[in-house]
Write a protein that binds this ligand. Structure first.
Ligand code: NAP
Length: 479
């Protein structure tokens, strides 16, 4: 489809099928050159309240649609997303900064959830079983929970909305989403395409504005919102869980990570290096499942480090629309934060094995640190930047202990060719997802989510609808 991304830039929130306009506005910038791409109406808490009311009204009809009807509409939305893949990807690169090839990958990935849940909409089964005596039966049915409120981060502006909204709609819930103010354009473009696909007014609402706290409070505290889903940092997630307590909502949280990437001495080093490049440098290191700590067996440490440094030399950094391998971080402030972690680690004894000159901009250079130990901040915090940190180990159990030495439990990666070790190690890793000799773990068919302070709830897979459905048990007697 020969459309341009401009046709997908909307003026502001979509509430009950209407594009919201207001005098108060905010700008969205191109993350590569800081030019303004769009100026949007800035929603106020009252607008969010309206969206929740409209979603509540729309729920009365949407909950009564059949799975087949919802499936058909979700497939129509999927087809629209794929038809406009190029334009959506360009918009995503502009507002987020990731390279165009990665942005196209995100469009496919996000649309993949829409397609997946289009299928799942038709597979919502309950149970029927015997009662306690003749003439009685136990019927368990699944009902949509109601209005879903969601808040998403800037690192995957398309896919994070897709995997929540598609699940909610498939279950028969209506949806009010608030994307991050740095990257609202992708969510609005997706909402426009949902409208074109025939998804009824009020079923999918997107509210964009800069006052994250006040807009979020409407979603977390409204008694009309039955379920709240958040993807973002653990710090903000903790606050939002508390906010949801007053109305005892269903809550799911996809929070931060501190993924270990374990390379054993029997690993295929070439495969491990390829996996490391993917797990570390995708989105310039700004993903929740990014490898954050490389734990490398001392026997293969030097070989792994030198092969990885060699590959890192080839990474081009620049404008995502110009085929660079890596774009900027989300802001100069984000790059400063990463630099502070790196500088502190070096001051505390880490060695910088590879980097390039940093010009104090948002483009942080690929950097490789060795000799990182457990007392350093960089070992314990989510780096969210293109920095590899390597910590050597000698024993298998030591690697497992190091891997679990974090409050997070989202993803882990391990590279080994010993299949008995794979089972042994994976069993002991306290994480929700394990990549084994593979770093491309995200897949709509798989349950995405974490344990510990990485959150709870799963997105995608056959389990992905559970958070959006409530069970009703009917004791059927008298027959
Ligand atoms: P963040 O600061 O927690 O922000 C996430 C979202 O919450 C944004 O929409 C933000 O809005 C909003 N927000 C911030 N403060 C809020 C408040 N007090 N009340 C209500 N909403 C609030 O996280 P981020 O820096 O954007 O994203 C990076 C984090 O997300 C990382 O920790 C990463 O690991 C995590 N993440 C997790 C997953 C996963 O699936 N587990 C996936 C992607 C990212 P504004 O941006 O407009 O302030």
């Amino acid at each position: 489809m020969a459309d341009t991304y401009q046709t997908l830039i909307m003026p502001g929130s979509l509430i009950n099928g209407q594009w919201h306009k207001s005098e108060q506005t905010f700008s969205v910038k191109n993350k590569t050159n800081s030019e303004i791409i769009a100026t949007l109406s800035n929603a106020k808490p009252e607008d969010m309240e309206t969206a929740v009311e409209q979603a509540t009204a729309a729920f009365a009809q949407w909950r009564n649609t059949t799975g087949a009807e919802r499936s058909r509409l979700l497939m129509a939305w999927y087809n629209k997303l794929m038809e406009h893949r190029e334009a959506l990807a360009t918009l995503l690169t502009l507002e987020q900064g990731k390279p165009l090839a990665e942005a196209k990958g995100e469009i496919d990935y996000g649309a993949g959830y829409v397609r997946w849940f289009a299928g799942e909409a038709e597979r919502i089964y309950g149970d029927i079983c015997d009662g306690l005596h003749h003439g009685q039966s136990v019927n368990v049915i699944k009902k949509p929970v109601g209005v879903v409120g969601a808040i998403t981060p800037w690192n995957f502006p398309n896919a994070m909305i897709a995997r929540k909204a598609a699940a909610a709609l498939a279950a028969g819930c209506t949806f009010v989403g608030r994307p991050a103010s740095e990257t609202p354009l992708s969510a609005l473009a997706m909402a426009k395409l949902a409208q074109e696909a025939g998804i009824p007014d009020g079923v999918l609402n997107i509210v964009t504005g800069t006052d994250a706290r006040k807009l979020g409070k409407v979603l977390t505290q409204s008694p009309q919102v039955a379920k709240f889903s958040f993807t973002g940092s653990t710090r903000v997630g903790q606050q939002l869980i508390q906010d949801c307590a007053s109305t005892v909502k269903r809550v799911s949280m996809e929070l931060g990570g501190n993924a270990p990437f374990i390379v054993f001495d029997d690993a295929d080093i070439e495969a491990a290096v390829d996996g490391a490049m993917l797990a570390k440098f995708r989105n310039a290191g700004q993903t929740c499942v990014c490898a954050n700590r490389f734990l490398v067996h001392r026997q293969c440490h030097d070989a792994f480090v030198s092969a990885l440094a060699e590959k890192m030399r080839t990474l081009s950094v620049g404008d995502g629309l110009d085929a660079a391998d890596m774009g900027p971080l989300i802001s100069t402030q984000a790059a400063n934060n990463v630099h502070e972690l790196v500088s502190q680690a070096i001051a505390e004894g880490a060695t910088c094995d590879y980097s390039r000159k940093w010009d104090n901009s948002a483009f942080y250079p690929p950097t490789l640190l060795t000799g990182v130990n457990t007392s350093m901040r960089i070992f314990n915090e989510e780096i969210f930047g293109p920095v590899v940190t390597v910590t050597p180990f000698d024993e298998e159990q030591e690697a497992i202990t190091l891997a679990n030495q974090t409050k997070y439990g989202l993803a882990a990666y391990l590279y080994t060719q010993d299949y008995t070790r794979i089972r042994r190690v994976a069993d002991q890793l306290d994480v929700g997802m394990v990549g084994i000799n593979d770093a491309a773990i995200s897949n709509p068919a798989a349950p995405f989510g974490g344990v510990k302070q990485s959150g709870f709830g799963r997105e995608g897979s056959k389990y992905g609808l559970d958070d959006y459905l409530s069970l009703q048990y009917r004791c059927l007697g008298g027959y």
